[in-house]
Design a protein around this ligand. Structure first.
Ligand SMILES: *[C@@H]1O[C@H](CO)[C@@H](O)[C@H](O)[C@H]1NC(C)=O
Ligand SMILES: *[C@@H]1O[C@H](CO)[C@@H](O)[C@H](O)[C@H]1NC(C)=O
Ligand SMILES: *[C@@H]1O[C@H](CO)[C@@H](O)[C@H](O)[C@H]1NC(C)=O
Ligand SMILES: CC(=O)N[C@H]1CO[C@H](CO)[C@@H](O)[C@@H]1O
Length: 666
């Protein structure tokens, strides 16, 4: 398991606005306050109103159970301005009798700014936020508007002239929860109830991550075995003889097939809307002999094509789809590109090969910014800063830091593993994480762990079992709270995709761990802990691909990656692009994970161009990021911006702030 998930530190922003140092803090000021309120609320809500349904109903009337799953897309208003549907798909697409268990895929649509019947309607862009195990529904709720801002025409859709009608495109954004994730049913849990899960997680965190101590290896190994043996046994047991076992159908290829189903059903739905609109127009204006609305909304049955934007693990989903259905590609953006051979089969260089270079950037920026802005500044240049940091890690390794109780929390101990979490966030999201690392490392070097302790505590979410759960008993449906098993969904999907990880024995594991440590002193232990999360997992997926992940697609893919990415190195993007002839790799010159690491108007305008016209940038284009971590936004970058670019920049900056804490590995 990932022993110290970032989610346990979910509300670090809370402290940012009270921090003592540096100009960077202003950038995050606004969101800091919002998160304090949320974190406090969540704590009380979970103990006063146990169970997700109560929590959701406090805020809105909508709950997914209100929707009856169906084999066509039937949308219902939900979440204030969105539409939701539950699409029934077979668990096993290869089952020939048409019987068997089914998933109800949860789908949320942010409607396009024009009706689907409008000539300027561009289609539905499916998204995946990464993970594995990330919720596309949550992504659209949180980031849908920002994604739409990038892909949509920058022109105001309310102004229509003949030129705009043939030029400007506006898109739906559709997020879905993959099998095993969040609102898609049936779900699963590895624990009898949430209370047991939280207790487990506290112990995992207290024991420390791989590399944190001599005995950490066996602690982690034993925990992985205990968790996975039971959980995978549950997942590979069908509810009745002859029925499908959930765990055998959670891997990526069937999810790609689900995407095709969504795309087809969207075509069907669009055609229905077209027919209704045509009838209405005919009534008002007289019969249109050309039936132009029907014509342009027609369902191209069996030929509907995909529009997609996937990040990180979402690029695995995208390249898997492109391999399986190469003639169904219309627009596909793969952002923070994972090497499919490495992910599925463990073949090729380590994912973390560039991670330490990002840490080196931290020392450079900190040095350049100076002591006024970067509290961790040390005289002697970047090398001195690095040395100071490594010495700090070493000191913490043998001596955790005691942190006495404060007005808001109990006593805590701050450990080497805790600092490693802060470091990981810094490497994934430098814009936010570098300043945080500088602040916390400085405090620790002054023998204070208060900020880090606050951070740990605020990220925890204790949970009392609900009355219904207590009555129905452990493992009952009443004790399952959807949306709380993200980390375990992640494991279930990863271990089914990367079957080779299930079989690794101790020696093999120690070898790959050593190789990861060699490639990255900063992130090697963390990555090894992910690989270890499949120890004892025993579920064989039913539908799997052997590769290669490569194809000639009906429209070329657009790959996007950062110059330095901690877990999806540029090298992977180059390789994947070679596997898909005609595709282009667009490079964002920044450090961090995915385009969310830093705003780049240049990148997003290229992505917009691709969605608007299908046109790819020429090979070799490198776009600058508009902001550098620790150093402030480069004034020259923004000076050249017109009003529209400026707006896009603000939206991207907002998005970067929102995504400041990566919860899942990919
Ligand atoms: C921690 O303590 C052990 C045992 O005393 C010692 O061998 C090791 O070098 C120490 N590690 C660090 C990083 O100081
Ligand atoms: C699950 O989906 C709900 C919306 O139904 C969303 O509010 C929540 O954040 C999602 N949970 C996760 C862990 O993504
Ligand atoms: C793509 O098409 C070319 C030309 O027909 C062929 O040589 C190549 O093997 C194809 N690539 C893939 C990945 O299918
Ligand atoms: C849903 C399910 O199958 N739960 C089972 C998981 O494993 C425990 C412990 O073996 C069983 O008691 C549950 O019924």
């Amino acid at each position: 398991m990932d022993p110290l998930k970032a989610s346990e530190y979910g509300s670090f922003q809370a402290h940012v606005h009270t921090a003592k140092y540096g100009a960077w803090r202003k950038v995050f000021h606004g969101i800091g306050i919002a998160v304090v309120t949320l974190a406090t609320l969540a704590w009380w809500t979970s103990c006063l109103y146990p169970g997700a349904h109560t929590e959701i109903n406090v805020h809105s009337e909508f709950s997914w159970e209100q929707i009856t799953p169906s084999q066509s897309l039937v949308y219902h208003d939900c979440f204030d301005g969105f539409q939701c549907a539950r699409l029934e798909v077979p668990m096993d697409y290869h089952r020939s009798d048409g019987q068997g268990r089914r998933f109800a895929i949860a789908i949320t649509r942010l409607p396009a700014k024009v009706p689907v019947t409008d000539a300027r309607y561009g289609g539905a862009v499916l998204t995946n936020p990464g993970g594995p195990g990330g919720s596309g529904v949550a992504q659209v709720l949180v980031s849908g508007k920002s994604l739409q801002k990038t892909v949509d025409s920058e022109n105001d859709p309310s102004i229509v002239d003949s030129e705009s009608a043939s030029r400007d495109k506006y898109f739906d954004i559709i997020g879905f929860d993959p099998r095993g994730v969040n609102n898609t049913t049936p779900g699963f849990s590895c624990f009898p109830h949430l209370f047991a899960q939280r207790n487990w997680e506290l112990q995992v965190a207290a024991e420390g991550t791989l590399g944190s101590a001599q005995d950490a290896f066996w602690h982690s190994w034993a925990r992985a075995s205990a968790l996975n043996t039971g959980c995978s046994a549950n997942l590979s047991t069908p509810p009745q003889d002859g029925e499908e076992a959930l765990g055998e159908h959670l891997n990526t290829p069937p999810v790609a097939r689900d995407m095709l189903e969504i795309v087809e059903r969207h075509g069907e739905w669009r055609a229905e809307q077209g027919l209704l609109e045509q009838r209405q127009q005919d009534q008002i204006h007289g019969y249109d002999p050309g039936q132009s609305i029907v014509a342009r909304t027609r369902w191209q049955r069996g030929q509907e094509k995909l529009l997609y934007w996937g990040r990180s693990y979402g690029t695995i989903l995208g390249s898997t789809f492109a391999t399986m259905f190469p003639d169904r590609i219309h627009r596909v953006v793969l952002d923070a590109v994972v090497d499919a051979d490495k992910y599925y089969f463990g073949e090729g260089p380590n994912a973390v090969e560039d991670a330490d270079a990002i840490f080196d950037q931290f020392t450079r920026y900190c040095n350049e910014a100076g002591a006024d802005v970067c509290p961790f500044y040390a005289q002697g240049g970047p090398a001195a800063i690095k040395e100071t940091y490594l010495a700090l890690e070493d000191a913490l390794y043998n001596r955790s830091l005691p942190v006495p109780a404060s007005a808001t929390r109990g006593p805590e101990v701050v450990t080497w593993s805790d600092l490693k979490v802060v470091l990981r966030i810094a490497l994934y999201q430098p814009l936010y994480g570098f300043p945080q690392l500088a602040e916390i490392a400085t405090e620790i070097s002054q023998q204070s762990g208060a900020t880090l302790a606050d951070y740990k505590v605020k990220g925890r979410s204790p949970s009392c079992p609900s009355d219904q759960c207590l009555q129905a008993g452990p493992w009952s449906a009443e004790c399952q709270v959807s949306g709380h098993n993200e980390a375990y969904s992640s494991t279930a999907i990863l271990c089914a995709d990367a079957e080779y990880l299930q079989d690794a024995d101790e020696d093999e594991f120690r070898r790959s761990w050593a190789s990861l440590q060699e490639d990255s002193a900063m992130l090697g232990d963390y990555w090894a802990s992910l690989l270890m999360s499949c120890v004892g997992w025993k579920v064989k997926p039913k539908w799997k691909l052997t590769g290669p992940f490569a194809a000639n697609t009906s429209h070329p893919l657009l790959f996007v990656s950062n110059t330095l990415d901690p877990v999806t190195p540029l090298r992977s993007a180059r390789k994947m692009s070679e596997n898909f002839p005609g595709s282009v790799l667009l490079q964002q010159d920044s450090e961090g994970h995915s385009t969310l690491a830093a705003p780049s108007v240049c990148i997003h305008k290229k992505i917009r161009q691709y969605f608007q016209t299908g046109e790819l940038p020429p090979p070799g284009v490198v776009c600058k990021a508009d902001v550098k971590p620790i150093l402030k936004a480069s004034p020259s970058a923004q000076k050249g911006m017109n009003a529209e670019d400026r707006q896009l920049y603000e939206a991207l900056m907002e998005e970067t702030r929102r995504m400041a804490i990566p919860r899942l590995p990919l």
